[in-house]
Design a protein around this ligand. Structure first.
Ligand code: PNS
Length: 173
């Protein structure tokens, strides 16, 4: 049994890592890799949000996530809509995993975690920090840089870089 994971007498820990992932960045991947080491199973769940105006369709985001998480057999990619706690309950997950890059993330994340706890006290939110190198990285900035023709190399996995180039053909991304 790998270090940090459930031993024989304990229940396996199923965690959900929810988000928009529009698109998945190297910061998300860093967190996913860390998650695979401490949870038995990790579901990366893409929110189907009808209000937002995404760059990538949910289908495209799922495809990219499936491709970049192939190295980890304990990662599953899924999509959800509605309340996160309802989805977590339905999947029988005990943990919600969220990344915190800087103090500025904390206030919103704390509010969400406490609201989710109010809605479903049985589910714990676990915060993890990605590597410092990714502390300034976000999907929103990646989208903006790509759309304005900037370099996104090293910020996203190569497959995402290609897809961004295809979406924004006039750029030099
Ligand atoms: O990647 P994001 O956009 O920061 O992810 C936000 C996400 C998907 C985790 C959050 O918006 C969410 O959980 N939405 C589902 C609806 C819900 O449960 N809302 C109440 C949160 S307290």
């Amino acid at each position: 049994m790998p270090q940090g994971k459930t031993s024989d007498h304990m229940k396996p820990i199923l965690a959900i890592y929810p988000g928009s992932f529009d698109p998945v960045t190297n910061g998300h991947l860093d967190l996913i890799e860390r998650g695979t080491k401490i949870f038995d199973q990790l579901i990366v769940a893409v929110l189907r949000n009808l209000e937002k105006d995404p760059l990538f369709t949910v289908q495209e985001r799922l495809e990219m996530l499936r491709e970049v998480t192939r190295p980890w057999p304990n990662v599953e990619i899924d999509v959800f809509e509605g309340l996160l706690v309802d989805y977590a309950r339905q999947r029988k997950a005990g943990v919600i995993l969220r990344g915190i890059r800087a103090i500025s993330d904390y206030e919103y994340e704390l509010q969400m975690a406490l609201m989710n706890r109010k809605l479903e006290p049985q589910i714990e939110t676990v915060f993890m920090m990605p590597a410092e190198a990714y502390s300034y990285l976000s999907s929103k900035l990646v989208r903006e840089i790509a759309q304005l023709g900037g370099r996104i190399q090293g910020l996203v996995p190569p497959v995402v870089e290609q897809r961004l180039r295809a979406k924004v053909p006039q750029g030099t991304a």
